[in-house]
Design a protein around this ligand. Structure first.
Ligand code: KIV
Ligand code: ZN
Length: 516
């Protein structure tokens, strides 16, 4: 391994990350995340699966039209319609990539695709050639490579490289691999495939056994030069390899990996917070790099050591991953221009003057209650403004909650449903329970509450509470979000947001269904 090798960071938060149940994002939210990834200098942004729906197509296109510094990629099954749709969405990209894939494991070929290995090989070659006719940069993935036979992988990959693929991805789709074994697979593939030197080998690991990062790093030590990962490890089931862990492992242990990335690590924590706030997936406090405790020292001995000489217990600097980027930006006396330029700096593009006015009004209301407005507050209020502008079916008008020691809590709520005002009240085990019951008395949604989570957006008791409500109905799962200084009001907003998401049209294809 030479000292100046570069590891390509391919972020799939907007595609595989979005495949987490309830993590779906709007086009505006995807753009905000894409801009944060671009600021972080991510090499490749997988913006989505263009054929999944009209909305997905438009989101991939919007990212491709906007992002200039990172390569923008769309996923496509190995079928003509997917590839053409991906090519169309990427038409205006500064640098685009079509990522086409087909399953190569015996179990996927037999039960999912119902194809013979020869048919899969033929289809892979056809897909890569078609993708090359639509885009110069083509990546080919052998889905479920972690459970595929080595000899067959060698044949398919050699043929895909001959057909024009310049990146070959070896996904551990079901998180089955073990680090040593997976690293060995990468090494053998690169040794045995005669034209391996014409492609970059990439890895894409899922975290079902908690080994996604370890497997990815084992692959890097064996020659892989692209890692596919997501912010906060978001992704299908147990998630994907976490970008922040991969990047900081190779940076902190440069003595071991001898490899660089192009990542501006100071953008890691802001990006983590943005993704968490948009998706409503909280970051556990003890999560490496981006968890609230990642740089906190509880024990007196550790604190003493860190004060005397930081490296006694810290292997990275908090500021290097952006922990101090939470700047106080604006306050009560800040004007519209200051607000607008901070939005621009955060990559937030409110499409109309009306949307800017609404967001500014919310900002003023918040600044009346809270002295210091942080970037996270602005991100949350922009999300709320956007939801309000989407002609929601269900909207909160007012809420009165009575909660007193020794008394049964009671909530009285006024909502609009399709513009029509409705009122109700209910008792409950606590103020939030009473509020949700009062809403249900009106809407009778038939949903089940799968998750309720509240967290503080910033520190201090005047912080806004950010609430996630996950509702399930007929197998469909949505995550609703709401934020407010009053956490019961934030909860009501999150519940209504989840109902709005359920009532919206959601026809969307999943990439990992057979497309042939
Ligand atoms: O996990 C997987 O195999 C994937 C492919 C589509 C690359 O996400
Ligand atoms: Zn995946």
């Amino acid at each position: 391994m030479s000292a100046n090798d570069t590891l390509i960071i391919f972020d799939t938060t907007l595609r595989d990350g979005e495949q987490s149940p309830g993590a779906s994002m709007t086009q505006e939210e995807k753009l905000r995340i894409a801009k944060a990834l671009e600021r972080m200098q991510v090499d490749v942004i997988e913006a989505g699966f263009a054929i999944a729906s009209q909305g997905d197509f438009e989101s991939v296109k919007a990212v491709a039209d906007t992002i200039k510094e990172s390569r923008v990629c769309s996923l496509a099954r190995a079928v003509d319609a997917d590839i053409d749709r991906a090519g169309e969405a990427l038409k205006n990209a500064n640098a685009g990539r079509i990522h086409t894939f087909i399953a190569t494991s015996p179990i996927h070929m037999e039960y999912k695709l119902r194809m013979t290995p020869e048919q899969v090989l033929e289809q892979a070659v056809k897909a890569v050639k078609r993708a090359r006719s639509r885009c110069d940069d083509v990546e080919f993935s052998c889905e479920d490579a972690g459970r595929s036979e080595l000899d067959f992988l060698c044949r398919v990959i050699e043929a895909a490289i001959d057909a024009g693929a310049r990146t070959i991805n070896i996904p551990d789709t079901v998180g089955y691999a073990m680090p040593h074994q997976y690293g060995e697979t990468i090494r053998q593939l690169m040794e045995r495939i005669p034209n391996a030197d014409k492609a970059v080998f990439s890895v894409h690991c899922h975290n079902d056994l908690g080994l996604a990062v370890a497997n990815s790093l084992a692959a890097v030590t064996n020659g892989a030069r692209q890692v596919e990962c997501t912010i906060n490890g978001l992704g299908e089931r147990a998630g994907n390899a976490a970008l922040e862990e991969i990047v900081m492992a190779v940076k902190t242990r440069a003595d071991f990996f001898h490899i660089d990335t192009n990542i501006n690590t100071r953008e890691i924590v802001p990006a983590s917070r943005l993704v968490s706030s948009i998706t409503g997936f909280p970051v556990q406090p003890n999560k490496a790099i981006v968890g609230a405790n990642a740089f906190a020292h509880e024990s007196g001995i550790h604190q003493d050591g860190v004060i005397k000489f930081r490296e006694t217990y810290e292997i990275m600097k908090a500021e290097d991953v952006g922990w101090n980027a939470n700047r106080m930006v604006l306050g009560k006396h800040s004007g519209r221009n200051a607000f607008r330029s901070r939005l621009e700096e955060l990559g937030i593009d409110l499409k109309s003057e009306q949307a800017l006015n609404d967001a500014f009004q919310r900002f003023k209301d918040l600044a009346d209650k809270k002295h210091e407005i942080f970037d996270e507050d602005i991100q949350a209020l922009v999300s709320d403004t956007q939801k309000a502008a989407e002609n929601e079916q269900f909207a909160l008008v007012s809420l009165a909650v009575c909660s007193q020691t020794g008394e049964i809590p009671n909530a009285s709520i006024v909502l609009t449903i399709g513009g029509e005002e409705q009122r109700s009240s209910s008792e409950g085990a606590g103020p939030v329970d009473a509020t949700f019951k009062a809403i249900e008395r009106i809407v009778n949604s038939g949903t089940s509450l799968e998750l309720y989570n509240v967290s503080a957006i910033t520190s201090g008791t005047d912080s806004q509470g950010e609430v996630t409500v996950r509702l399930e109905k007929g197998g469909r799962i949505v995550n609703g979000h709401g934020s407010d200084i009053d956490i019961v009001a934030a909860s009501a907003k999150a519940y209504l947001n989840a109902l709005n998401l359920l009532s919206a049209d959601s026809q969307k294809a999943h990439p990992q269904t057979a497309g042939v």
